[in-house]
Design a protein around this ligand. Structure first.
Ligand code: MTE
Length: 329
């Protein structure tokens, strides 16, 4: 039996339908039938409490495998245990491969090589570079980061990768660049979620150049001392631990320097609920639920959420003159 009732952080259909689809009722019915199954918040909660249904698959041979493990940067520490690898690599959000948390099997269809990365927009020399050539030029390290989803669950992950600032320096943006827009892959042949025109594919997110150059902003290329699993966003995914997880795009193929504020995937779908800044704040509720506490995967009960997910000492300065912005949505 198919139950179609609104789920967790997904928006109500009447608020969220992209205009083009809304205007075409036939397309809407088709995409709803083939697309995401809308479940209730209580169903989401039930799903959260379930053990993962699909076990993580052993990593497939990857040309970047010899690069790992990399040395841990001791600056970034956790005050709770690292989430088990099994949990962190089997409880995922990756809408390209479906709207459930179990996308391990589906995401294995994405080919990781060749994987070209474009660096373009307001830069002196736009380039396209293969991911392995890019990795050779980036200073790899491991960082322990908290990761807080807007759905109010969290985990603690040893990511490997490089500071986003290293990529910014490599790109040499022009002086009028103010934002960095990051675009995920678009390949409906391997990603069933992208067959649904209901969503504004490809997944896009963006940050200010100051945020991109902040030391916390990180591109993860590995996790748990190995190349990044496909379901976690291989071969390149963003990790912005002071922001809600939807800002941390997976499967990145394009970095565009621009003077226009990017409109993110979820902001485009429902700007009332998901904004550009999306900084973690326990005192600012999502319009449909509280952000005061979170459920740490693998740990019983809930813990208080912290402003900037506990990273205020690194990032609060970025926002000191932005009192009129919706910094926490
Ligand atoms: N990136 C892409 N391309 N597609 C997505 O659906 N989901 C986001 C983010 N990045 C998403 C994405 C959300 S909502 C979260 S919480 C994190 O990925 C989840 O990352 P994880 O599965 O590695 O925990």
């Amino acid at each position: 039996m198919l139950i179609k009732i609104p789920r967790g952080w997904e928006r109500p259909v009447e608020h969220a339908t992209p205009e083009a689809v809304f205007r075409n009722r036939r397309a809407l019915m088709k995409s709803l039938a083939a697309g995401p199954i809308l479940a209730s918040s209580s169903l989401l909660l039930a799903a959260c409490d379930d053990a993962p249904k699909v076990a993580a698959q052993p990593p497939e041979p990857d040309p970047s495998a010899p690069l790992y493990p990399v040395d841990r940067n001791a600056t970034y520490t956790l005050d709770r245990p690292i989430t088990s690898e099994k949990l962190a690599t089997s409880y995922n959000n990756y809408y390209e491969f479906g709207s459930s948390k179990s996308v391990v099997a589906e995401s294995q269809a994405i080919p990781l090589r060749p994987w070209m990365v474009a660096i373009d927009g307001l830069v002196d020399k736009p380039i396209e570079i293969g991911v392995d050539d890019l990795l050779k030029q980036m200073p790899l390290e491991e960082r322990l980061y908290r990761h807080r989803c807007v759905e109010a669950w969290s985990m603690d992950v040893p990511w490997s990768g490089f500071a986003l600032k290293a990529l910014v320096d490599f790109a040499q943006p022009k002086s009028d660049a103010k934002y960095l827009e990051m675009t995920s892959f678009n390949n409906p042949e391997v990603a069933p979620g992208q067959k649904s025109s209901w969503y504004p594919w490809p997944y896009v997110e963006g940050v200010t150049l100051a945020e991109a150059a902040n030391e916390m902003a990180f591109i993860a290329t590995g996790a748990y001392g190995k190349p990044l699993p496909k379901q976690n966003g291989a071969p390149l995914r963003l990790t912005l631990p002071w922001k809600y997880g939807f800002k941390s795009s997976k499967g990145l193929v394009r970095f565009t320097f621009t003077d226009k504020r990017p409109v993110g995937f979820w902001e485009r779908i429902q700007g009332r609920e998901y904004g550009f800044w999306a900084n973690v704040n326990p005192e600012v509720s999502h319009p449909r639920w509280s952000q005061a506490t979170e459920r740490v995967l693998g740990i019983d009960g809930r813990v208080p959420t912290r402003l900037y997910n506990g990273y205020g000492e690194f990032v609060a300065e970025l926002y000191k003159d932005m009192k009129n912005e919706r910094l926490f949505m």
